[in-house]
Design a protein around this ligand. Structure first.
Ligand SMILES: [Zn+2]
Length: 220
């Protein structure tokens, strides 16, 4: 895979954005219900996450294969640290088998071009392991290390059958597990864990069982 090279990208101060969604991140202590905010944190808009699940479930229903795509959005900072807000999901296409996916260069170039027009970045490489659990294969480690290694990028693998997900991030060339990602609902300004079981929940569940909850650290 090849991704269009860009000059070094730095986090932008969230207060520079007048955007409705990003304004919800002006005071993150409200979102985090006054609990500790990690130095790097990942927020995924829940409708973008649902688009990833819908895409993955359709691919699985049709051809029983893995699916993948890229979340795009913004790289930001405030007094607590750096964070990303993923606002869109772009479906990936290319070669796929039941336990293997590869995104075509044409597809990556298209997503990259879209990002340049929108002023967004490719933030998260997401793919599925339908029914065989959340872990990184050797190929997955390599893909993250060679394509999504920047300080604002992570990888997520989801098992849409077992309803689990796991994150990974490249730190100094090593791929480590990464837990500080969460879904964000714009209307309610509430955070929820993908497939997470959290102590507070209400009835606003999406079709895929994502529970809208207040953030409880360590429940992902
Ligand atoms: Zn994989």
């Amino acid at each position: 895979m090849k991704i269009v090279k860009t000059k070094e990208i730095k986090a932008k101060d969230v207060s520079e954005f007048a955007d409705n969604v990003l304004q919800r991140f002006l005071d993150r202590t409200i979102l985090h219900a006054n609990s500790e905010i990690p130095a790097f944190f990942v927020y995924i808009q829940d409708y973008a996450w649902n688009a990833f699940l819908n895409h993955s479930i359709n691919v699985y229903k049709e051809i029983r294969h893995e699916a993948q795509g890229i979340f795009t959005g913004h790289y930001l900072k405030d007094q607590y640290g750096e964070f990303i807000v993923a606002t869109n999901y772009e479906e990936g296409y290319g070669v796929s088998q039941s336990a293997y996916v590869e995104m075509s260069e044409e597809c990556l170039a298209m997503i990259s071009e879209k990002c340049q027009i929108d002023g967004t970045l490719m933030l998260i490489w997401a793919h599925t392991h339908p029914g065989f659990g959340v872990f990184y294969s050797g190929t997955d480690y390599n893909c993250l290390r060679t394509n999504f290694y920047k300080p604002y990028q992570i990888g997520i693998v989801a098992d849409i059958i077992r309803k689990q997900s796991k994150g990974y991030k490249v730190n100094n060339g090593n791929v480590d597990e990464f837990v500080d990602y969460i879904l964000f609902n714009y209307e309610s300004s509430l955070l929820s864990s993908p497939y997470g079981v959290c102590p507070i929940e209400d009835e606003r569940k999406s079709g895929w069982g994502i529970r809208i909850v207040r953030l409880f650290r360590g429940t992902k």
